[in-house]
Ligand binder design. Structure first.
Ligand code: NI
Length: 137
């Protein structure tokens, strides 16, 4: 039987700074450019959470969209929306808050909350022109 994907689109605003504490100021500036600005900067992140699985014949759902929406709100948006990722969150105290790492962290937060047989893909837009996908296969 074919699998079906359901996608929930969400949005959050966060501030961040890309910085590697093991590098000099010059190297950080060279690698991360404006994203290394010491006083942080913000992004309007668009998040797509894709859940893939076999439809439950009794409901016709892969997952109840309301359940998925509540899960994302409680576990992701409440944690990251209107926050400074470097300063306000445990996840990015030592992990550089690149789009790649944010997508991976969101995956790692949500995956254990889903039924085991469901697959999960995260797409995260940092700008209208740049997005990352995790995991990629
Ligand atoms: Ni940035």
């Amino acid at each position: 039987m074919n699998k079906t994907a359901i996608v929930r689109c969400e949005h959050f605003n966060s501030a961040h700074r890309l910085h590697n504490p093991h590098w000099s100021e010059e190297k950080n500036q060279k690698i991360f450019g404006k994203c290394n600005n010491p006083n942080y900067h913000g992004h309007n992140y668009d998040l797509e959470v894709k859940v893939i699985g076999i439809c439950d014949p009794s409901t016709g759902y892969v997952i109840d969209a309301k359940v998925l929406s509540d899960l994302i709100k409680e576990k992701v948006l409440d944690r990251f929306d209107h926050k400074n990722l470097n300063l306000d969150t445990e996840e990015f105290k030592t992990l550089n808050p690149t789009a790649e790492n944010i997508a991976m962290v969101i995956y790692n937060i949500l995956k254990p909350e889903l039924d085991n047989e469901l697959d999960l893909k995260i797409k995260l837009y940092e700008t209208a022109r740049n997005y990352v996908e995790y995991p990629h296969s």
